[in-house]
Design a protein around this ligand. Sequence first.
Ligand code: SF4
Length: 469
Amino acid sequence: MRKVGLISLGCPKNLVDSEVMLGILREGGYEITTEAGEADVLVVNTCSFIAPAQEESVATILELAELKKSGRAKRLIVAGCLVERYRNEIRQQIPEVDAVVGTGEVERILEAVSGEMAPAAETTARLPEYLYHDRTPRVTATPRHSAYIKINEGCDHPCSFCIIPQLRGKFRSRRPESVVREAEALARAGTREVTLVGQDTTAYGLDLGVADGLPSLLERLAEVEELAWTRFLYCYPNRVTARLLDAIATTPKLAPYLDIPLQHASRNVLARMKRGSHGGAFLKLVERIRRHIPGVSLRTTFIVGFPGETEDDFRELCDFASAAEFDWMGVFGYSDEETAESHALGEKVDAETIARRRDALMALQKKITARRLRARVGSRETMLLDGPARDAEWLWEGRLAGMAPDIDGKVYLTEFPEDAAPQAGRLARVRITRATEYDLVGRVEEFLDAPRAAEPAPVVAGGVLRVVG
Ligand code: SF4
């Protein structure tokens, strides 16, 4: 049996594509290996939305090209967002690459790996249209108890700094029945938590003529018995409706958690980003959400150093972040992508200033996150157990509903009840005993569900050679 090894780069949406490619390859008779040295075929699913991600993708391709030259691998396939930008350059400049597969060609991975993909096809690029469904084979690469579900793909927003619409195509939603069937299948296979992803999850269903598509979908997913938690990422600020907040506030199994990338707070900068609005309106939104969903956790993302951003604009952003007090925040330095509309703007900010502003905003947020975590010390919370801590084997770790996998903090566990059987995927009551800058420490007081039968060995532990988010 030929063995395939895959490296998945970038966001959870790209990870789902990697998992679909692994599913198709396994169904096509390939064995999946997590040892690069054992692979006959190497696949790298790339990311390229900003320069640092692009550099990492190219470095990974070259790393695997070296492996192919010296090792067992006979074929090297490059997939994902970098292909949408540099399809022909990759083939011309890295001869070790045998085939390229764009984000719209995920289901052609078997042809690419087996050498049946007509080279001609590779030169013709058109906007991706592909979107998987519940009957698409898929091998999940996340721990068994937690999985991502992609509910829509592509984006129609005109954000001037963003090239994702060029890489992922027009906005398109999966049918609700398909998403629910997939969640049910994942739950039967041991998944307790699903995280819904898409470029803009709050637009879910608009293209299907479904009003309030996301809240209705969330309520249906909350009925999937085996699932403990459902959460979603990537809200668009002006689509956070009262109906959506109601659904989260009144449906127990929906995590009280909202991820709303705001990108900035200055009216001037948001106008140049073609996103509109301003910090004052965002503050009202944050207050409305907290009124509607007591104890909700909020995450956001900002870009600093956008062309034309003045020291006053940056100060306005910091003042907004101080007032809003998000639980979690990601900060990106502006990346001047040549095919983005903002590339044509003047008043570019120098790299040193971008770095200084990014560090200053992260330092400001670090204090806020630490303060909000300290406020939880002494409380009793419900937690999902994830397993042995990745960075402290003698400890186990878990997450509260306000902590998304891979991007937010976690709870390190120092104690379990005498007779307890720690098992990934179990829900437990935890007493929070300490807080650090980004994480909590606690002791498990009781488990809220029965241990599940020892699961059969997963088909492929982890499924991929490496996940780099
Ligand atoms: S909403 Fe997000 S994915 Fe869509 S264009 Fe704006 S930044 Fe890009």
